[in-house]
Design a protein around this ligand. Structure first.
Ligand SMILES: [Zn+2]
Length: 219
């Protein structure tokens, strides 16, 4: 999970939220099922009319908010409710509850925890809580008790160590780590030199699971 900053709520969502929520509640009562959301078109930072998915993806750099895989890489983009609309229908159209999400993470269903970390919450950074192992598994490194618990809950409810995801990460990591014999900058060993080189290169943002490539070298 890579941090991102949420822009302010789009005007179009703000003005239509009450009516959309009302319609959602009525349909829910009538059918006994959780309805799909009908997202309004919104205006992005460049003044263009875009879908809400597109606006979110412009802010996450086209990455899934949870697993950090690239959108359109192996998945179409969807909007996820951090607190599921099934259990929190009044949050179906609440801006802070909406996250860009890949198919794989969407399949986690309606598991949730109010304690789970959010990639846009103040003070969140990957390295405060997590570390990727080269085999693709995500581990918790936070020492503080509350941080640890929250990180563990996050892995659990977002299923961040799902078998397919672990395999995919491992493949990406091996592809990205071709060892160099010489450090790229004096004072760095070859591997940390390479990691920093990747982080600063223009292709960094186009890599899935970005935090692996900037964490300190290790296991
Ligand atoms: Zn994902």
């Amino acid at each position: 999970m890579h941090p991102w900053s949420r822009p302010k709520e789009p005007e179009e969502l703000h003005t239509q939220r009450a009516a959309l929520t009302r319609a959602f509640m009525i349909e829910r009562r009538a059918t006994g099922k959780t309805p799909s959301c009908v997202w309004p078109k919104v205006i992005n930072a460049d003044g263009a009319e875009v879908t809400l998915q597109k606006l979110l993806s412009e802010n996450t750099g086209q990455h899934c908010s949870y697993c950090d895989n690239l959108m359109g890489y192996s998945s179409r983009d969807t909007i996820d409710h951090f607190l599921p609309k099934k259990h929190f229908p009044c949050l179906a159209y609440v801006w802070n509850n909406l996250y860009l999400c890949c198919d794989g993470c969407q399949r986690k269903g309606t598991r949730y925890s109010k304690d789970a970390l959010r990639p846009d919450e103040p003070g969140y950074s990957f390295s405060r809580y997590f570390r990727y192992r080269r085999d693709g598994r995500l581990i918790v490194i936070a020492e503080d008790g509350t941080d640890r618990r929250r990180a563990e809950v996050t892995i659990e409810v977002l299923d961040l160590n799902d078998d397919d995801l672990v395999k995919e990460r491992n493949t990406e990591f091996l592809k990205g780590l071709i060892p160099r014999r010489r450090a790229l900058r004096p004072g760095l060993d070859a591997r940390s030199g390479l990691l920093r080189f990747i982080a600063l290169s223009p292709t960094y943002e186009n890599k899935p699971f970005r935090d692996f490539f900037v964490q300190d070298p290790g296991e």
